[in-house]
Design a protein around this ligand. Structure first.
Ligand SMILES: [Zn+2]
Length: 720
């Protein structure tokens, strides 16, 4: 049996055609470029908002300069001659005035029954015949004419969460399904609104299924896939009602529209790869559209992206087991530098492809996430409420060179055998089943770090009054807190985040007045204070949950409430002895370790990037892991480290993020030498420098040096 395209097409390229391109698309030149860049598949604009073939349907708007040319057909034919997989690109979400006039009841409407508009086009309602009648016949027309291997759709999921549609289709359907009227407004306290959110997710899944049934039936080919583009960021997908777990549960392949680094940094791409593979499986392929034009702010569609910026995004993608897919806007460029960006990295990928797919992550730490937590705990500010705690934890682990995997809250049992530590960064919303699987993880000897409001709310975001995991944490909620999440326009005069954490017990006795500086230096301190020997306080500035600790737990650190920052004469600690615990640790009966962190250090680290906060999170993780971490890396720089197991070998990605906070990146900043120790046996080969490294075996640890890393290093460790 031959292997279907979606299991073997590893490198992709896409020229996103503009309306003028039918007059100037030089197919011969692009054929040469496909060969130069070693691609095996291409995405060609077919229809949707703009058609690039002479569609027989008058309402299917054709490119302004198409003039009867069958550009899609010609490119598709050339690509097939080159042996490429061809996906027909759709962009189906809005239509012209003429279309609107003919099918006015297919379009999204506001509360006053006015149609929504985007520029001069009308967005269609996802519950309307546009999706169930019009698009299926377009898909069928394209299948009949061209037999593409599959379809991608750019913006397939209708209106996003910030707009409520009140059209007749929506009103009737919500009434039929839930017996409710469409909610009046965005209100995260309103159960009707929360149900409206779920109903919207479910509709996108229905459309996903409908489109797949349509293309499979019409083509008679089970490998003809309809693929809505999704991003690698759960927050972004939540805002578009795309249920990542639901979508990937029903997928064997996914096309990723995650083109530019977000505020979290390049590391969000390796995170995305791990998160998505965690859902779809590590044996599946995930290519990602990687633009070679300048994206983000400011964006220039026709200008070349800086090469380090483009390559760093790609290298972080590879580290997350994402496949490359170059992407240009327009078929003709006066800035021709962008044609040179992909070639070297695509050739490297081709040469080493066997090491870059079909592998499983080796990580002893998992970070929990769920889309319900983003919606029903994130509410009006999911970024600060939910994403920052997650990203702060992830960033600390990357800083500490501690490989981790994202773990969906429904998949804890799936991963628990391989994890020493599970981190729950402010996972406020948890179902009873998710709570039970955390409990099972701990009962089986696992260690836990949980922060903030973790497990206080049920799956609909209704408060439980106490942590559902209070028995595991050894801590009870009081429903009150100190400080707050947002730093709103702080000024010296009214800065109310000036709080601290006291490291208890202090290294010197806490004394005021004459005894200052004469405390004992002999008091042994907890491992989580490593590196903090010369300080008894750390800056804080965040939110602290007021909690009550059980008597069998050890409180670590106490809270120092905010005090004036200005004038300097007023800056002294007013309430030194509040004794509000900050972290509460426990050794479980099964031998694991748990830490509940009442202070939002995870969120603070993401927001403020204080080394103290990062180092404290690293220390907490090291203590909880009891030395079960698989790798130690000594040397300078910010290095994103991922380890994979593949057959009898390990593949290690080290991506050099040093200096990458500059945006866009102007240059790579080489770092080294780095001393690596990893729990493995065998020889070490560099796939970047193409040579064997000298190494030594010391008990279970294999030890070697890497002289320098520029963009990235990929190592293969294999027994000879
Ligand atoms: Zn509607």
């Amino acid at each position: 049996m031959s292997i279907p395209w979606h299991q073997k097409t590893l490198r992709w390229g896409q020229t996103n055609i503009t309306e003028i391109d039918p007059q100037r698309y030089d197919i011969e030149w692009w054929r040469q470029h496909w060969r130069r860049t070693r691609i095996q598949g291409t995405i060609v604009n077919a229809g949707g908002i703009v058609a690039y073939y002479p569609s027989k349907y008058p309402l299917h708007y054709q490119a302004a300069h198409l003039e009867g040319r069958d550009l899609y057909g010609e490119i598709s034919e050339a690509a097939r001659e080159e042996g490429l997989t061809v996906l027909a690109r759709m962009d189906s979400n809005r239509a012209t005035e003429e279309f609107f006039q003919e099918h006015a009841n297919w379009f999204a409407r506001d509360k006053e029954d006015n149609p929504y508009k985007v520029g001069d086009r009308y967005p269609a309602c996802i519950f309307s015949g546009y999706y169930t009648e019009f698009l299926p016949v377009i898909l069928e027309e394209i299948i009949d004419r061209y037999q593409p291997d599959g379809f991608t759709d750019n913006s397939w999921s209708g209106l996003s969460q910030d707009k409520i549609c009140y059209c007749e289709n929506c009103r009737q359907n919500f009434l039929d399904e839930y017996g409710l009227d469409i909610p009046n407004e965005t209100n995260w306290e309103d159960l009707t609104f929360k149900k409206w959110i779920r109903w919207n997710y479910d509709r996108r899944l229905e459309i996903w299924d409908l489109n797949n049934i349509t293309v499979k039936n019409r083509s008679g080919n089970e490998n003809c896939l309809w693929l809505g583009m999704i991003s690698g960021n759960p927050l972004q997908e939540a805002s578009r009602f795309r249920d990542m777990k639901g979508i990937l549960d029903r997928s064997t392949f996914i096309t990723l529209d995650y083109q530019h680094r977000p505020a979290f940094g390049f590391q969000s791409n390796s995170n995305a790869g791990k998160l998505l593979h965690g859902l779809i499986g590590w044996d599946k392929l995930i290519p990602e559209s990687m633009p070679l034009y300048q994206g983000r702010t400011p964006a220039f569609r026709l200008s070349s992206k800086s090469v380090p910026e483009a390559h760093m995004w790609m290298a972080e993608g590879f580290a997350g087991t994402i496949l490359p897919w170059w992407h240009h806007i327009s078929a003709y460029h006066e800035d021709r530098r962008q044609y040179q960006t992909a070639e070297p990295i695509m050739k490297w990928h081709e040469k080493n492809e066997q090491f870059l797919i079909n592998r499983n992550p080796v990580a002893s730490v998992g970070i929990l996430w769920s889309q319900e937590n983003i919606d029903y705990h994130g509410k009006d500010d999911p970024e600060q409420n939910v994403m920052w705690p997650y990203e702060g934890m992830a960033q600390a682990l990357i800083r500490g060179r501690i490989p981790y995997i994202p773990v969906h809250a429904d998949h804890i049992d799936r991963h628990s055998d391989n994890l020493a530590v599970l981190i729950l960064p402010n996972i406020g919303v948890m179902s009873d089943a998710q709570v039970e699987s955390v409990r099972r993880f701990v009962y089986n000897g696992g260690s836990l770090i949980a922060t903030g409001e973790t497990s206080i709310f049920d799956e609909w975001g209704r408060t439980r009054g106490d942590f559902a995991l209070s028995d595991i944490f050894g801590v009870h909620a009081t429903g009150t807190h100190e400080g707050h999440i947002k730093v709103s326009a702080p000024t010296w005069e009214v800065y109310d985040h000036h709080s601290y954490l006291r490291l208890d017990p202090p290294l010197r006795e806490t004394v005021y007045g004459p005894k200052i500086g004469q405390g004992s230096e002999k008091t042994p301190r907890h491992q989580i204070y490593d590196g903090f020997n010369e300080t008894d306080i750390l800056p804080f500035g965040g939110r602290l949950e007021n909690v009550l600790a059980d008597s069998n737990c050890t409180p670590l650190m106490t809270f120092i409430p905010a005090f004036p920052i200005f004038p300097p004469e007023f800056s002294w600690i007013r309430e030194p002895d509040k004794k509000k615990p900050v972290a509460i640790s426990k050794t479980t009966e099964q031998g694991g370790r748990t830490i509940y962190l009442a202070a939002d250090i995870d969120r603070c680290f993401r927001r403020d990037n204080f080394p103290d906060h990062g180092n404290l999170l690293i220390n907490l993780t090291r203590w909880a892991s009891e030395d079960k971490l698989p790798i130690k890396i000594e040397g300078p720089g910010l290095i994103d480290c991922q380890i994979y197991k593949q057959d009898n070998r390990l593949v290690i990605h080290l991506v050099n993020l040093t200096g990458s906070t500059e945006q866009p990146m102007h240059e790579l900043v080489p770092v080294g030498p780095l001393h690596i120790q990893i729990k493995a046996e065998g020889s070490v080969k560099s796939l970047v420098n193409e040579k064997q490294l000298e190494c030594r075996q010391e008990n279970e640890w294999l030890s070697f040096w890497i002289p320098v890393i520029e963009l990235h290093e990929v190592l293969v460790i294999e027994k000879e």
